[in-house]
Design a protein around this ligand. Structure first.
Ligand SMILES: Cc1ncc(COP(=O)(O)O)c(C=O)c1O
Length: 399
């Protein structure tokens, strides 16, 4: 029987996204093309995912090679790409062992499970509480949306998971409550991305790390948006002078190929043993080929130095725009994770930018979030500034 290809009245895809009315079919470097062959400057990087730009040759070649050999095998067997990628991640972080999964939410889910199991089985403390922060974003599974400190993400999904509590972000006094809560772990974004591009205050983070250390609380950082070079170091925690017990990563790790991971210190990783956690696809040969090529390239090229240098130029361009357009109230963020706090509606500007062939994002109602690829050039930043300025001007004119 022939396949039924008739078009239904309703969209066959569930409406979980408010989509912009363009259809992207091709990408290279900092650019994407739609199905009308229109070219757009992409300063979203698939939301901090295509950190090496679209379809980077180094990753494409490694994936093509792996495609010829083996796409998938179970984690019941050794996977060389997985072992090499884990080695690279541990040598270049403060962690010792890696668990692979397929997304950011799954990485945080694994971190939460590890914290609970470590507390129950290794420490025998019985405390399974995880403390997170207001405005945070940690994912969409039931545990990670409960961990997320935003009611709008949790609405309609009750009963939420037990075992989570929330503290205000960047609030030093509130940290005193940790001694009373005595949680198994704290889960923290060093720059709250979805919550409005809000960097954690360095002194506050140091105080938090000290309280965690003094009280046997695991410090887990969610580097899903900030990791893999986005802020100018492989991980953002390096710039805060702390050593987390668990780091969760995803997004940029596979340059667009789905992969997530947690990196944990050896002692904490003892919380997992054969059978305590798993994933069919997690760390499969294709996903870890993408991860291995991505991380190898970042470490072996001058890319992190480039991010630091180009950030200075990018910041200057943003500063110039702020001086010219008074509705820009603040520029926030670290490295190439930037937010413009504005007095007007951010979505309206994002929509105008699309008509100028520029892709940018919002983070809440009044923040424009800008995430160029780490490979971005000065010329592309100039093009971005011109296109964004045109969007500002058409808003000012009420066009
Ligand atoms: C900080 C942070 N954590 C977790 C997630 C969830 O990642 P995923 O969408 O891959 O599940 C995101 C996604 O935006 C994120 O920014």
């Amino acid at each position: 029987m022939a396949a039924n290809t008739s078009v239904s009245q309703i969209s066959p895809v569930m409406p979980t996204y408010g989509r912009f009315p363009i259809t992207l079919v091709k990408g290279k470097g900092s650019y994407v093309w739609d199905n009308q062959e229109e070219k757009y400057l992409d300063f979203t990087s698939g939301i901090a995912t295509c950190n090496l730009g679209h379809v980077p040759d180094v990753v494409k070649e490694k994936l093509e090679e792996q495609l010829q050999n083996l796409w998938h095998c179970s984690n019941l067997y050794n996977i060389p790409n997985q072992e090499q990628l884990a080695a690279l991640l541990t040598v270049n972080s403060c962690g010792d062992q890696v668990f692979f999964c397929n997304s950011g939410a799954e990485a945080n889910e694994a971190a939460i499970k590890l914290a609970r199991r470590y507390a129950n089985k290794v420490k025998g403390s019985g405390s399974s509480e995880v403390v997170t922060f207001e405005q945070s974003f940690h994912g969409r599974t039931l545990a990670t949306l409960t961990a997320t400190g935003q009611e709008k993400i949790q609405q309609g999904f009750s009963p939420l998971m037990p075992g989570f509590s929330y503290l205000p972000f960047n609030d030093s006094e509130a940290l005193e409550k940790l001694q009373a809560i005595k949680p198994a772990a704290v889960l923290l974004e060093l720059v709250q991305g979805e919550g409005g591009v809000i960097p954690a205050n360095p002194d506050w983070v140091k105080k938090l790390a000290q309280i965690c250390k003094d009280n046997g609380i695991l410090l887990m950082v969610d580097e899903i948006q900030t990791g893999i070079g986005r802020t100018g170091t492989l991980f953002a925690y390096e710039q805060y002078g702390i050593e987390p017990d668990v780091i969760s990563i995803a997004k940029g790790l596979g340059s667009g190929f789905p992969i997530g991971a947690i990196i944990a210190k050896e002692e904490v990783a003892k919380g997992f043993e054969p059978g305590s956690h798993g994933s069919t696809f997690g760390g499969n040969p294709l996903a870890t080929a993408a991860g291995l090529a991505t991380v190898t390239h970042i470490l072996e090229s001058n890319l992190l130095k480039h991010v630091t240098e180009i950030t200075a130029y990018f910041d200057q361009q943003l500063q110039d725009l702020k001086e010219k357009y008074l509705f820009i109230k603040e520029i926030r963020g670290i490295g190439l994770l930037k937010g413009l706090v504005i007095e007007t509606n951010a979505l309206e500007i994002v929509q105008k930018a699309i008509t100028n062939k520029l892709l940018i994002l919002t983070a809440g109602t009044n923040v424009i979030r800008i995430l160029p690829p780490l490979t971005v050039t000065k010329e592309e930043i100039n093009e971005f500034a011109n296109k964004l300025e045109s969007a500002f001007q058409s808003i000012e004119k009420g066009a």
